[in-house]
Design a protein. Structure first.
Length: 285
């Protein structure tokens, strides 16, 4: 029964394979921003971003997600040049270090995606689900990279079933991807926890996450330190680790494959315990 939760996906990436299946994959967050809701300013210098990335890989991250624009509620949009000035030094330093992890560029801007993918990024993570800048899908197709398609629908009808509305959004995104020539086997679904959603909706999505598995695509869960945890528990930003690990484990038990987090080791530990429960512990050599 457990095997049905985590269908196996082997996604070709730059001559390598991103293997997704029963074993959870952790994506470490490297925010090269001054105003991200949780860690703004910590990784602005390339040396600091590289040090953080190196530690995340040592702690078990298999993907590093680099972003230069905060998408926190109330955050200001940045122009493309500002985003490039933030992310490219960090990306160049991390790519040159050859840490072994896949590099994801977290952007909704075509120019940033183009330069990042040309400079060594392996994955495109688009918070607007390919429904923002129309050329972004063409860039992803040209580089033949996996694309994280996140749900962020500012115009949806809040009176309708949230999962049904998400599926309508994803259907549009998948159509855009197909028209651009992006293989369906390159797509990864992200429910977009916290993006234009109420606290109740976030937990309903978490509870019903398995319904997104009907697409037959890998699922990425990103709940790390978010308000859905802080408001529920009345915890400040630096006190949300336990809640984050709980949501990661719950998402894993409902079929998620990738977990985008700030705190790699604790989430990795929690997920390893959950995986041992579902599939048995790995054999010791």
């Amino acid at each position: 029964m457990a095997e049905a939760l985590h269908r196996r996906f082997d996604i070709a990436v730059a001559g390598r394979v991103l293997a997704l299946g029963p074993q959870p994959v952790v994506m470490g967050i490297v925010n090269a921003t001054p105003d991200s809701f949780s860690d703004g300013g910590r990784h602005l210098r390339a040396a600091d971003a590289l040090a953080a990335a190196r530690q995340m890989v040592e702690d078990g991250a298999e993907i590093l997600d680099i972003g230069g624009e905060s998408t926190r509620p109330g955050g200001d949009m940045v122009d493309v040049q500002t985003e490039l000035d933030r992310v490219m030094p960090a990306l160049d330093a991390i790519a040159a270090a050859e840490l072994g992890a896949f590099i994801s560029i977290d952007t909704r801007h075509t120019v940033t995606a183009d330069q990042a993918l040309q400079s060594g990024a392996h994955i495109l993570n688009d918070v607007e689900g390919l429904q923002g800048e129309p050329e972004l899908a063409d860039i992803a197709a040209a580089y033949d990279v996996p694309v994280v398609v996140m749900h962020w629908d500012r115009e949806r009808d809040g009176g309708k079933d949230i999962v049904a509305e998400m599926k309508r959004f994803f259907d549009r995104s998948f159509d855009i991807a197909a028209r651009a020539g992006i293989s369906r086997g390159k797509l990864i679904v992200d429910p977009g926890f916290g993006f234009s959603k109420s606290i109740a909706e976030n937990y309903e999505i978490l509870r019903r996450l398995g319904e997104l598995a009907e697409y037959g695509l890998p699922i990425l869960s990103g709940t790390s330190r978010k308000r859905m945890i802080g408001n529920l528990l009345d915890r400040a930003m630096d006190e949300r680790l336990a809640g984050t690990v709980a949501t990661s484990v719950l998402a894993y038990e409902r079929g998620a494959h990738i977990f985008r987090v700030h705190d790699v080791r604790p989430n990795r530990d929690g997920l390893r315990v959950a995986a041992a429960c579902l599939y048995g512990p790995p054999e010791k050599e």
